[in-house]
Design a protein around this ligand. Sequence first.
Ligand code: 0GY
Length: 289
Amino acid sequence: MDADYLPFHPNPSKPAFVPPAGAVDAHCHVFGPADKFPYAPERKYTPCDAPKEKLFELRDYLGFERNVIVQATCHGRDNRALVDALIAAGGKARGVASVGPDISMDELKAMNEAGVRGVRFNFVKRLVDNTPREVFLSIAEKIATLGWHIVVYFEAQDLEGLIPFLKQLPTTIVVDHMGRPDVTKGVDHPDFQRFVDLMADVDTIWTKVTCPERLTVDGPPYDDVVPFGRKLVETFPDRVIWGTDWPHPNMKSHMPDDGKLVDFIPRIAPSAAEQQALLVDNPMRLYWS
Ligand code: 0GY
């Protein structure tokens, strides 16, 4: 693991908030173990191993029933650790893979069988080298035939340039981490408003109201991120999902206590109806129907 890499919290607290029955942690990862599933040569960071057993333990401990496991860049386009975890989860996990344009329909169908339901397009420059838009579009056309969706990860300042591309995509789109707003600018800033307007304009765009620990400037308990999550849950209650982002790759400021992250949920989704949509109905519709 990298010298400055922070490992996941060794003993998270038990959350006070009890998720509704059937709750889904819809953004998390598995890393390695490296001796079985080596990290990709082109990776930009080397994490500490975060194997499926630990993820499933955390799922149960936090009061969740299902996971959506997202392929992270440290594993590149080698989805073996992901597929292995999906199979081991026995129907309790779905996946989002990372693939290249040369992927065959047979390979995609095998991943579908294991529980993959989407691909991730990553535009975050510190995590990946640039991929031409035509390459992403050719992948999008292939995966659309399976009814999959596309998860996109970008930084707020890149959204404006990406909008025409996002509008070309033929599937449902799920934007990671609320489009990564700069929370110091406030919810009314044109940059966040641009994202809210886009979701209002394009009803196939969903978002993950995740990662207060990444977006915060003030630190736990992430008061400065609440207005952003609240705005999105309140405005688009049927197009938001939530996840821990365990094991929290590349956190530099601090390592979050996963129990405290769960306690963030009722602050952005105060009503039982919003919690049911965010944690159960929405992710079930997207990943299990
Ligand atoms: C996240 C965020 C990060 C990393 C990755 O694929 C990845 O490597 O997504 C990050 O560094 O912001 O969603 O886990």
